[in-house]
Ligand binder design. Structure first.
Ligand SMILES: Cc1cc2nc3c(=O)[nH]c(=O)nc-3n(C[C@H](O)[C@H](O)[C@H](O)COP(=O)(O)OP(=O)(O)OC[C@H]3O[C@@H](n4cnc5c(N)ncnc54)[C@H](O)[C@@H]3O)c2cc1C
Length: 357
């Protein structure tokens, strides 16, 4: 059997070990402390947001991804974001913090152009294929809807709902982390993580070993395949389908997201499809039918924190159907936890892996 060697994508990171600055006065030479080396495993939105905020905070980050950045759910999601739709649930604080971070990231990184960030109006409406109600001139429906849609109800406004193109968002953040903060990407499959003496070693298929001071495991639905995690946490993959359609007139697409209650003709099963038109247009010529897996924990709450009894080993997964929304606050909180020992952005107590031990 051929062994795949990891491909190392080089970065322009300045040397991280010892920096000696020329002294302008009579002080002795100043030596910067070495950077904390953090290995992030998994190139989905959770791993990439973590790598972005860690490297921005001064860590020397190496991200290991087995295929390509945002190749799984993080590249195939709707990219819908909501400020308050998780209110009353355990992820409310994460979602609210993340919604704000998405807005500031979009300003900082030119998200409107680079990954289609835009505030949207969200409508819920019902469609019965067998009916054809006349369209009222006062209808709230955007002009590109011509089917038998009725009773549109506004469930989100441009203040409370937004969207990104999830694959472009994730890839843009990774590109920035590499270009501006010196992160490195290694394409290779993580096989195991070894710990000892206050250090960690990530073993990659083909024999590569990447050493660090800490590791963050953000393997999404693959998390339970890693022995180190499967002994503590069970993460299931829930299959979710999506269709990418080519609109007839790209310019006619308004900033709306639609949540449908759809009753097919001839008594078929009712369905609740969601529609996210995108201004980015990268799929304009492509039609895709696809499915991928949502990472879900046993109690349906993300698991974010240090693994009990394994100093320096952190996990971030289980974001189910809200990973694109909750990626930024997860990444920013994880960066604080790894670098400073605690998070001020979101209280992570509720998400601690200790609840499964
Ligand atoms: C159809 C659909 C629509 C969705 N719509 C939305 C939405 O509108 N809004 C929203 O907030 N969320 C949405 N989601 C949910 C969101 O996509 C997920 O919660 C999120 O992408 C999970 O991110 P992740 O980084 O945890 O996992 P993933 O995206 O699955 O990333 C995990 C990564 O780890 C890598 N990996 C796994 N094992 C290894 C290994 N051994 N070595 C190296 N790399 C490895 C994988 O290749 C993968 O790239 C949707 C999901 C789907 C499927």
């Amino acid at each position: 059997m051929m062994m795949k060697s990891p491909i190392i994508i080089p970065s322009r990171r300045p040397p991280s070990s010892l920096t000696v600055r020329a002294s302008m006065d009579n002080n002795p030479q100043q030596i910067d402390p070495p950077k904390k080396k953090v290995v992030v495993c998994g190139g989905g939105v959770i791993g990439v947001c973590t790598a972005y905020f860690l490297s921005k905070k001064g860590a020397a980050v190496t991200l290991i991804e087995q295929s390509s950045i945002a190749c799984a759910a993080s590249g195939k999601a709707g990219g819908f974001l909501a400020l308050d739709w998780c209110d009353g649930s355990p992820v409310s604080s994460l979602a609210r913090a993340s919604f704000g971070l998405h807005r500031s990231l979009a300003e900082e990184l030119n998200g409107r152009e680079l990954y289609g960030y835009r505030p949207v109006n969200a409508l819920s409406l019902s469609i019965a294929e067998s009916e054809n109600p006349p369209r009222s001139r006062k209808s709230k429906l955007p002009p590109w809807i011509d089917g038998p849609a009725k009773t549109p109800k506004t469930i989100g406004t441009t203040e409370t709902t937004a969207q990104v193109h999830p694959q472009l968002f994730t890839r843009t953040l990774m590109e920035k982390a590499v270009a501006e903060y010196g992160a490195e990407v290694v394409i290779g499959k993580l096989l195991s993580v070894e710990t000892g003496g206050g250090k960690i070693s990530a073993v990659v298929e083909g024999g590569g070993v990447i050493d660090g001071d800490a590791v963050v495991l953000a393997l999404g639905p693959w998390s339970s395949k890693l022995t180190l995690l499967s002994s503590i946490i069970r993460v299931n993959g829930l299959k979710a389908h999506s269709l990418v359609l080519e609109p007839k007139e790209m310019d006619a697409i308004t900033a709306h997201a639609l949540f449908l209650s759809y009753q097919p003709a001839h008594g078929g099963q009712p369905m609740d499809p969601e529609i996210y038109p995108r201004p980015t247009g990268v799929e304009a010529r492509v039609k895709a039918e696809q499915a991928c897996f949502l990472p879900c924990t046993d109690d349906s709450i993300p698991v974010i924190g240090e693994i009990p009894g394994m100093a320096g080993c952190f996990v971030a997964t289980g974001h189910s159907c809200w990973g694109i929304l909750n990626g930024p606050a997860t990444g920013a909180a994880m960066a604080e936890l790894v670098m400073d020992g605690g998070s001020s952005i979101v209280d992570l107590t509720r998400f601690s892996p200790a609840r499964f031990v």
